[in-house]
Design a protein around this ligand. Structure first.
Ligand code: NI
Length: 181
């Protein structure tokens, strides 16, 4: 296992679509995911997408307690489908955009599918923070960072100033240092 370097906003690997993984069961995909898990544990975050560690493949990992198993979800070739038209605002951060937070509208409910490196099919409904994290991570696979989803750049703020906003909305961050509340 290795701790990988995080690509930051401006690096081209974050700006282009990632390629589908032809063989999710390949040993190099299992090794990549092990390294991503070690990297996420080291840096302390909620989720990570492969392009964030300079690998342009459709692989994400994330913690979402709402999944019920309390475990890290590992997804290869994930696909997301919005359920309904309801959008929800919530705070997000990103390991590739360090130090900042922004208010981002996301679909309140989604269905997502993918496969684990062991070949187990995942097919879940998600809402709330769970849905937000999945959308944030899968956006990385399409070259999208959360500021590109924001509708009010007046809410793009430094983490240290978030307290001025925190009373106005619950803080639920995706992908950044874990301070979800
Ligand atoms: Ni991110």
């Amino acid at each position: 296992m290795a701790i990988l370097k995080i690509a930051r906003m401006g690096h081209p690997v974050l700006a282009r679509p990632a390629a589908p993984v032809p063989d999710p069961g390949a040993p190099e995909i299992a090794a990549l995911i092990e390294d991503m898990i070690a990297t996420l544990a080291d840096i302390g975050g909620r989720g990570l997408a492969a392009p964030q560690v300079h690998v342009p493949l459709r692989v994400v990992i994330f913690h979402a307690p709402e999944t019920g198993d309390g475990e890290l979800t590992r997804l290869v070739n994930p696909v997301i489908e919005p359920l309904g038209d309801t959008m929800e605002d919530g705070w997000e951060g990103c390991l590739s955009v360090p130090g900042l937070r922004g208010m981002v509208p996301r679909h309140a409910r989604v269905r997502y599918r993918g496969v684990t490196p062991e070949g187990v099919a995942i097919d879940r409904m998600a809402e709330g923070l769970h849905a937000r994290v999945v959308q944030h991570e899968c956006d990385h696979l399409d070259g999208i960072l959360y500021p590109m989803r924001m509708t009010d750049l007046g809410t793009l703020v430094f983490e240290s100033e978030l307290r001025w906003f925190a009373t106005a909305a619950p803080v639920a961050t995706a992908d950044a240092e874990d301070n979800a509340a």
